[in-house]
Design a protein around this ligand. Structure first.
Ligand code: URA
Length: 208
C-alpha cells in the first residue's frame, strides 16, 4: 500500500481533527523524525471555510510550534486582512510538511524533498477532509505538488480547480512577495492582491 492510500479506506481514517493532530504529534518514523525539529501543525479556526496550506515550518515556526508566525506569516496575514479575512477566525492554516527540513551549508532550513511531501500528503488530505473547507489556497509549489500533484506556480496561480465540492486555488508563497516587495502592475504583489480579491468573491458566493 502506498503512503497515498494510507487513509483512503473509511475504516483507516481518523475520526476527528484532534486524532490527526495527536497522530502527527507522536510521529516517530517520518522522514524528518531524525532531523530534531519540532512537529508544527496548524493555527486558526477549525470551523473555518477557508483552508490555507503552506510549505513547511521555518525556524520561527519550529520554535513557536505554529505555522506562519514569522515574516512570511505576517505577510500572509496582511494579504488575508486586505480581503477582510480575520486570520484567526475565518481561516485554518497548515502546511504540506510538518517538520522543518534542516538546512545544509550554514542554512537554517531547506525545501522539502519529494519523498517528504509524499510521506505527509495523506495527513494533509485527512486535515482537508476533517476541516471540510469550501476553499483551499495552496501557497507556492510545494503545496500545489502536495494537493494537486502539479508545480509551476507562475501559471497555476489564480486558477480554480474544483475537487469534491471544494474550490482550490494556488497562490504565490508569501515569502516570494517578501523577496519581490515592489508593487507595480503585473508584479507578484499586484497579482496576489488580484487573487485574494477573487478568493473573497468566491468565498462570499459559497458561504452566503
Ligand atoms: N512558510 C511556510 O510555508 N509555512 C510556514 O509555516 C512558515 C513559512
Amino acid at each position: 500500500m502506498s503512503q497515498f492510500d494510507l487513509f483512503s479506506q473509511p475504516e483507516n481514517q481518523f475520526s476527528s481533527l484532534d486524532d490527526v493532530i495527536n497522530a502527527l504529534k507522536h510521529m516517530k518514523d517520518d522522514p524528518l523524525a531524525d532531523a530534531g525539529t519540532n512537529v508544527v501543525i496548524s493555527r486558526g479556526s477549525p470551523d473555518a471555510k477557508l483552508l490555507i496550506i503552506g510549505e513547511a515550518p521555518g525556524p520561527e515556526e519550529n520554535i513557536k510550534g505554529k505555522p506562519f508566525v514569522g515574516r512570511a506569516g505576517q505577510m500572509l496575514d496582511k494579504v488575508l486582512q486586505a480581503a477582510n479575512f480575520d486570520p484567526e477566525k475565518d481561516v485554518y492554516i497548515t502546511n504540506s510538511v510538518f517538520r522543518m527540513p534542516p538546512g545544509e551549508d550554514g542554512k537554517a532550513f531547506r525545501k522539502p524533498t519529494n519523498e517528504e511531501i509524499e510521506y505527509y500528503r495523506p495527513y494533509v488530505f485527512e486535515i482537508i477532509r476533517l476541516i471540510d473547507p469550501r476553499i483551499i489556497l495552496l501557497t507556492g509549489n510545494v503545496a500545489s505538488q502536495s494537493v494537486l500533484r502539479k508545480t509551476g506556480i507562475t501559471s497555476l496561480r489564480g486558477k480554480w480547480t474544483e475537487l469534491d465540492g471544494r474550490w482550490i486555488m494556488p497562490i504565490f508563497h508569501p515569502s516570494y512577495l517578501l523577496r519581490n516587495p515592489v508593487r507595480s502592475p503585473g508584479s507578484p504583489k499586484a497579482l496576489m492582491w488580484e487573487d485574494i480579491r477573487e478568493v473573497r468573491k468566491k468565498y462570499d458566493e459559497l458561504t452566503k
